[in-house]
Design a protein around this ligand. Structure first.
Ligand code: GLR
Ligand code: MG
Length: 431
């Protein structure tokens, strides 16, 4: 007899645990400041009456944690197949939420929807359980993998040699083109990444243009991108865009807002990409009408999970937009989710972002071995669900680290002011 796992055992939610964790993070510079010594994440565990465990990962800022816990209390008894009911309950409980408080992006992504950010880890955990119930990988639940490996890009950052007052880290300083090329060389030698992204908006644009040109000379075959997180005026964006004609595959968020991006897009020769001015479905219409962006970087952490990210992919396909993938500092549960999503998204036509190389290999919440990089790509897990297993000892260690580190909200600007320049003002446009 063929077992019908959908019907013979209900997979109703019995318990949800939300555990904040902290892991070491190098002093990576961006236009709003610098990464603090620890990055925060939250691990969401959903347990069903049938005894299955699903995993999700999301931001670890205190305001977000409080919302996750509020939402978790509403979800007991819901069947993990009823993600729409989960979304409805979360929308109801957050209806009066003004969206205030950090959520892990240090002010760089501000327009995403609170309910979508909260839904995401629960949805991923439910998909993990659904996959385990059926004995199928999450990519199968999303329509099936169209590739068995997912490409990621080398995500370069300007950085200090070490955190103020600490020893230099293993990567050392990267504050000029030669040091960035050395950073890229090391990252590509180690991981094999087929594309390169530079986090810009840190130094005057002329210096960042020189860095991109140095990367082009050193890596003639690698597609390149630069992302100043809207640090430039429209005029500066146009100047840099023209200067980098034929050098970069896309220019990511050179300037703020759909209107600014639209004006820049009319003048620059390459596609403009965004994970800042189109971060929710209600922003797509004006972006398309104004032809403000040609590539959207999806991110299941703020688009409301993997299912809604597949919907975004359909929207991009409909309007002829390119699709790439954004990341923040993350652990293995997120990497697994990103990999399943990318595998099951045929029109994801760029190497995805990942902060993975910046994380110490000995710090994660999953049992090592499920996700490995080869030639810049990760094999799509084929085990049921996400295909990763929670390492409880590691979770406890990183939770202790969270309690000890004292950081409760990502604050790149505050850290930069405290350590370097009390008068630092990241208000865009900086150039
Ligand atoms: O593409 C992006 O905008 C990002 O990756 C945002 C991140 O917060 C990045 O700027 C960082 O880690 O500093
Ligand atoms: Mg970006």
């Amino acid at each position: 007899m063929v077992r019908d796992p959908l019907n013979d055992v209900p997979h109703r939610i019995k318990d949800i645990r939300v555990t904040p964790v902290a892991f070491r993070d190098p002093p990576l510079l961006n236009t709003v400041g610098v990464h603090e010594p620890f990055a925060l994440r939250a691990v969401v565990e959903v347990v069903t009456e049938s005894g299955l465990l699903g995993l999700g990962e999301t931001y670890g800022d205190l305001a977000h944690l409080e919302r996750l816990r509020l939402a978790a209390r509403e979800l007991n008894g819901v069947d993990v197949w009823h993600v729409q009911e989960i979304a409805r309950r979360i929308a109801v409980v957050l209806a009066a939420d003004t969206g205030k408080g950090g959520h892990g992006m240090s002010g760089m992504v501000t327009g995403s929807r609170t309910a979508d950010r909260v839904l995401s880890p629960f949805e991923v955990a439910c998909l993990d359980i659904q996959g385990k119930a059926l004995g199928r990988p999450v990519s199968d639940l999303l329509g099936g993998a169209v590739r068995d490996r997912v490409d990621y890009s080398a995500y370069l950052f300007y950085k200090w040699a070490g955190h103020p007052g600490a020893e230099p880290d293993e990567w050392g300083a990267a504050l000029d083109p030669d040091q960035l090329v050395a950073q890229a060389r090391r990252m590509i030698d180690t991981y094999g990444f087929p594309a390169i992204k530079l986090k810009g908006g840190v130094l005057p644009p002329e210096e960042e243009i020189e860095a991109i040109k140095a990367l082009r000379r050193a890596f003639p075959e690698h597609p390149l991108r630069i992302d100043p997180n809207a640090a430039w005026s429209v005029a500066t964006s146009i100047r840099v865009g023209k200067e980098l004609d034929g050098v970069i595959e896309y220019l990511e968020d050179p300037t703020a807002e759909i209107g600014g991006m639209a004006r820049a897009a009319r003048e620059v020769p390459m596609p403009l990409a965004t994970n800042m001015c189109v971060v929710a479905f209600d922003q797509v219409k004006s972006a398309v009408t104004e032809d403000a962006v040609q590539v959207i970087l999806s991110d299941h952490h703020f688009w409301g999970g993997l299912g809604r990210s597949r919907t975004l992919a359909g929207v991009c396909e409909t309007f002829g937009l390119g699709l790439s993938m954004h990341s923040n500092s993350h652990l293995g549960i997120s990497l697994a989710a990103m990999t399943h999503l990318a595998a099951a998204t045929p029109n994801l036509n760029y190497a995805c972002d990942t902060h993975w190389p910046w994380k110490s290999p000995d710090e994660d919440v999953i049992v090592p071995g499920a996700l490995t990089f080869r030639n810049g790509s990760v094999a799509v897990p084929t085990a049921p669900g996400l295909g990763v297993e929670l390492d409880r000892d590691a979770l406890a260690r990183l939770h202790e680290q969270y309690l000890a580190c004292g950081i409760r909200q990502r604050d790149d600007t505050g850290y930069y002011r405290r350590t370097t320049d009390p008068g630092f003002d990241p208000t865009p446009p900086r150039w």
